[in-house]
Design a protein around this ligand. Sequence first.
Ligand code: 5RP
Length: 221
Amino acid sequence: MSLSPQDAQKKAAAEAALDFLQPGSVVGVGTGSTVNFFIDALAQRKHQFEGAVSSSQASTERLQAHGIEVFDLNNVAELPVYVDGADEINEHLQMVKGGGGALTREKIIAAVADKFVCVVDESKWVGRLGTFPVPVEVIPMARSYVARQIVKLGGDPEWRQGVVTDNGNWILDVHHFDILNAAELERQLNQITGVVTNGLFANRNADVAIVATANGTETRK
Ligand code: 5RP
């Protein structure tokens, strides 16, 4: 089956991330269609690493289907590398993530990892973050309160209907943020009571971006 040009780029970026694997270690695995290509590629390299920690139930199931052991993050002392996609990434390697709803576990694993390798097709590379709505995971009973506070910050929240996160929470997708200072907005959103976390990855940005274009992959730092 032939891939669309965008899927071919996702696959190329994901496969290039194999170069960052640390022999004998546990690898952090994100969530999404780009990461799915990474998981499939990992299956061919099983002998090179010990296993994975996973940011979602979906990735866990895919890893296990390939016979890759998935560890509880609490039992992993060192995580040299975390590989994940993004919905948007800028030149500072700050990202909007969470289109797949896995932002909280992704942010936790990113915090633990020594190196965050972001794998994207070129459509994700942006001059300014915020065209893609910023996901915010909320405790269900706080949804309306959090939405009102987000409006005060200049955003336009929309409840992601029918979605319950792996943590049992809900998601607000926030449109129309004018993001001049992503790190500050990330902090402001996290200070709202009832917010679990938000999809701005600005304070813990990526360390390396592998960007696939029509002409091949580029590593940007
Ligand atoms: C999931 C994510 C994904 O990394 C992001 O949505 C990109 O997904 P895809 O690779 O399918 O474009 O943050 O929560």
